[in-house]
Design a binder for this molecule. Structure first.
Ligand code: GLY
Ligand code: MN
Ligand code: MN
Length: 439
């Protein structure tokens, strides 16, 4: 395993190579995420920007990564907050430029206070400026001021970057294929979240409130070393299981109803994203079991359809076919399979896609379509596989099916031969789920 800073140095070098290939060189500027006030003088917990983190692993706000692909070679520079003992007494440790350069493997590091003075020189005579535009208004303003400063030097023979390129395009393509370091972190995130789902199954009892189950998930995440949730946990009992992005988590759970949990931790900025659905009280009713077995069959068929060389969109088609046939068999839809798919009547019960890229962001960076064609899967990509079925009360639906919402979601890594299911440890078969719920 490479030491930590070499991983990030290599990624920065790869970005510099792509800048040379695309525009013959240039300057890339990638800012850290700003701190955001929550209310009055309390901030939201700080979470590094995914792009800046991908290139540095540097955890502090108030930083900018500057990468120069110039005629004299490459330079990797970090601007960061200065050491400040007085500030550190109140708010904690800061690396400061000297330690940050050493630990995070930059060629040079400077205090942020020197950024505005140094940037015009770095940007002068560069063919292109690579930076994320439209991400933070304050950053956009700073970049515009920089460009104007360099343009103002025209009479002394200096040229300003002619091309402004969104650096996220190149980084998105890199982030789509996870390197070994990322794969290890994602395995850890997935393992912690799998344990959290098991814990929820084992501990949930009739009469609990959804927020008590959410607390069990949070307990497992944090006590296992995850820093945060990758997204707000969805703990959706009974009718709430049919609300795709349910948020309230405040219903009291009754014996015999289904509980859908969509929850995953974030571990060193890498997301996991698992959904499991189980019966409160530990036994599926007949209709719940029929729907659960159908979604499970669809999910397994989807996982079997994920391998290198196939289109990203293929497994969504698999999910639709298996589920639509199941709805016909359960008399929830009428007609032949082709007729149901053609009319879209199955979308009454299954209305979302079968999955998405997963990585530093839960809905991760990376294109799904390339020049009009589906992205092809290659080893190193990580995606979720998450078909579901959501049956709201309706005149065309037999009552035993009302309020059954089931989604089963795993995180899979595409390998040379197929997939590695990163979340296989979270119980999934009817027997395993019922056994976990009754422990
Ligand atoms: N938890 C968000 C999603 O499954 O896409
Ligand atoms: Mn999810
Ligand atoms: Mn998902």
């Amino acid at each position: 395993m490479k030491n930590n800073h070499q991983v990030y140095r290599d990624r920065r070098a790869a970005l510099l190579r792509s800048m040379r290939a695309q525009t013959g060189g240039g300057l890339a500027l990638v800012p850290a995420a700003p701190e955001v006030l929550r209310n009055r003088d309390s901030h939201y917990p700080y979470r590094p920007d995914s792009y800046a983190w991908y290139l540095s692993g540097f955890p502090e706000p108030g930083a900018v990564i500057a990468l120069v692909a110039g005629p004299d070679g490459d330079r990797q520079i970090l601007f960061c907050r200065d050491k400040d003992v007085e500030h550190e007494i109140w708010y904690g440790f800061r690396y400061g430029p000297d330690a940050a350069r050493e630990i995070f493997g930059f060629d040079a590091a400077h205090p942020m206070s020197e950024l505005d003075a140094m940037l015009p020189d770095l940007a002068s005579n560069q063919p292109a400026l690579y930076t994320p535009l439209g991400m933070h208004a304050s950053w956009d303003g700073r970049v515009t001021a920089l460009l104007n400063e360099v343009r103002g030097r025209a009479r002394s023979g200096v040229s300003a970057p002619e091309k402004i390129v969104d650096v996220r395009q190149a980084l998105d393509a890199m982030r789509l294929v996870k390197d070994a370091h990322e794969q290890d972190l994602m395995r850890r995130a997935a393992a912690i979240s799998s344990g959290a789902h098991l814990r929820a199954m084992e501990r949930t009892r009739p009469g609990w409130f959804e927020y008590q189950v959410e607390a069990e998930l949070a307990h497992e995440f944090l006590s296992c070393g995850a820093q945060a949730v990758a997204y707000p946990s969805i703990v959706a009992g009974g009718p709430n299981s049919c609300v795709l992005h349910y948020r309230d988590n405040d219903r009291q759970l009754a014996d015999g109803e289904l509980l859908l949990i969509d929850a995953g931790c974030e571990y060193r900025c890498y997301a996991s994203d698992i959904t499991r659905s189980f019966p409160v009280g530990g036994r599926f009713t007949g209709a719940q079991r029929d729907v659960y077995e159908l979604v499970l069959a669809a999910q397994q068929a989807c996982i079997d359809a994920v391998r290198p060389g196939v289109d990203f969109h293929d497994y969504h088609k698999v999910a639709e076919r298996v589920l639509a046939q199941g709805y016909i068999d359960l008399k929830l839809c009428n007609g032949t399979l082709d007729a149901v798919l053609e009319s879209g009547s199955h979308k009454q019960f299954y209305m979302h896609r079968a999955g998405h890229w997963l990585g530093l962001d839960v809905h991760d960076a990376g294109l799904y379509q390339v020049q009009g064609a589906s992205q092809k899967l290659v080893p190193g990509m990580v995606l979720t596989v998450e078909p579901g079925t959501y049956i709201r009360p309706a005149a065309n639906v037999p009552e035993p099916f009302w309020n059954i919402g089931v989604r089963i979601e795993d995180d899979v890594l595409v390998t040379a031969s197929g997939v590695e299911n990163l979340t296989a440890a979270a119980p999934k078969s009817v027997a395993d789920v019922e056994a976990a719920c009754r422990r």
